[in-house]
Design a protein around this ligand. Structure first.
Ligand SMILES: [Zn+2]
Length: 465
């Protein structure tokens, strides 16, 4: 582990007050993307960021309009035109603030409370976008260079909190400008303030709805029951057969493409201070951990694919009895996918499996809404992840562990459209109350983020060359 660069540390310390004052100014703009009443504020936020980035020295700063709310793009070319390019992703829109009466302070009048900065967007995601500017300037000041060692591109979206509806199109339209060798995501969390960590992947998703049809109308169970197939029985059997006794999904080939966890990654997961009882409380008071045999809870939610039955219905569900053989049965299923799996392949495997397992006399229809979300994953021994880890370890002065995310966001589009590895350099905490009243960020962690960002460019310049 390298010692911290004192020139960078001192630059960041000296710049702290100015940085926090600037961040507060930005946080005061209520850029709520989910509420059309705030659209002008989201635009004002994009305008503020544009001016700010110009002031910080970015030679190119542009507002990128979408059919919805604007993103901000900035670029700082490396002195050496053959140097790698790195894209930093974040967002400048925020979640709504209701219920207002649960806030101890006004959400858009940010206040400092000791080491904390409280206000909507402090952690998610304005604070984490802005630490990059302090990081770049610290790195340039320390090196005396006029330009970073990699071309730094910054893409700050304005619709992340309202579903990123135009984001994939924006990426496709601007693919040439966004071309890069790695994408740095600064919109997630670390394990804990004293357990710095990096996320290395997000699960993908695909969904399906199954309809099983029997007779053309509900039948009297006295006259016909036991003598014709019952679609609900068939559905129950089908859904029960989706997992085996070891909790594994039974679709043929389902695990074939899964990139297995390495021994090193499993060992690093195991180092995270994880309290399963406490976790079960966050799982709605679930009474037991459950899942694929041979894997820990963290491995199950982060690195193993799943099938979940999301809903089943059919027949008579109202009050009182109704003695029928129902005409049809329905179920909704979702699959979480991990590194190596392709949604289209899983969709086909599911269609084939339903066809092969539907009993004679029952007709099956599988509806698959959309193409799904591909998983994203950067191996922990890949050059980009190793470089970012070195930068984080140098800033935090301790070992950086790895996590993954069980769900997925617009990050999957970044990896897909730009075809570049993702690296997650983020300093939010799970208790930052993002999306909730009294959102805060720990200022010392933002400054550590800036320091890590300052080391990152040099590390990536060497690693990606
Ligand atoms: Zn966010």
């Amino acid at each position: 582990m390298n010692e911290p660069d004192q020139r960078i540390v001192q630059y960041i310390e000296a710049g702290r007050d100015r940085f926090i004052a600037d961040l507060k100014e930005w946080l005061a703009i209520p850029s709520v993307s989910g509420d059309p009443a705030y659209a002008t504020e989201v635009r004002r936020s994009a305008g503020w960021l544009t001016e700010y980035l110009r002031g910080q020295g970015f030679p190119t700063v542009e507002i990128w309009d979408t059919p919805g709310l604007p993103a901000v793009y900035a670029e700082w070319p490396a002195a050496d035109p053959s140097a790698p390019a790195v894209l930093v992703y974040g967002h400048h829109d925020v979640q709504p603030v209701e219920p207002l009466d649960e806030w101890d302070t006004a959400p858009f009048e940010p206040v400092e409370d000791g080491d904390r900065l409280i206000g909507r967007g402090a952690s998610d995601d304005k604070g984490q976008v802005l630490f990059h500017t302090l990081g770049i300037r610290a790195a340039l000041a320390a090196s005396g260079a006029g330009a970073p060692p990699v071309t730094v591109k910054l893409l700050v979206e304005g619709e992340e909190e309202s579903g990123s509806v135009h984001f994939a199109d924006l990426l496709r339209d601007r693919r040439d400008r966004l071309r890069c060798d790695a994408v740095v995501i600064s919109d997630t969390t670390m394990w804990a303030a004293d357990v710095p960590s990096m996320c290395t992947g997000m699960r993908g998703l695909t969904e399906a709805e199954v309809t099983l049809r029997g007779p053309s109308s509900d039948l009297h169970s006295g006259s016909f029951g036991g003598a014709v197939p019952n679609p609900l029985h068939a559905m129950a059997a089908l859904m029960a057969a989706l997992h085996d006794a070891d909790g594994r999904v039974t679709l043929p080939g389902f695990y074939d493409d899964v990139v297995p966890l390495t021994d090193e990654e499993r060992a690093l997961f195991a180092k995270l201070p994880f309290d399963e009882d406490e976790w079960l409380r966050t799982a709605g008071g679930s009474r037991a951990a459950y899942g694929e045999k041979g894997h820990t809870t963290l491995e199950r939610v982060w690195a193993r694919p799943t099938a979940e039955i999301n809903g089943m219905w059919g027949g008579h569900t109202g009050p009182g009895g109704k003695t029928i053989v129902p005409r049809e049965a329905h179920a909704k299923i979702s699959f979480r996918l991990v590194a190596g799996q392709e949604p289209a392949k899983v969709q086909q495997a599911f269609r084939d499996w339903v066809a092969a397992n539907t009993p004679h006399g029952v007709e099956a229809e599988v509806h698959i809404p959309g193409g799904g979300v591909r998983p994203c994953f950067s191996p922990i021994d890949s050059p980009a992840v190793k470089a970012a880890r070195r930068a984080m370890e140098r800033a935090f002065g301790r070992e950086v562990l790895f996590t993954r995310e069980g769900g997925s966001g617009p990050e999957a589009d970044l990896a897909d459209v730009l075809d570049a590895p993702l690296i997650f350099v983020a300093v939010g905490l799970d208790d930052d109350r993002i999306h909730a009243p009294n959102e805060k960020v720990e200022i010392p962690l933002l400054l550590k983020g800036a320091e890590a960002a300052a080391y990152l460019w040099e590390e990536l310049a060497t690693a990606l060359r």
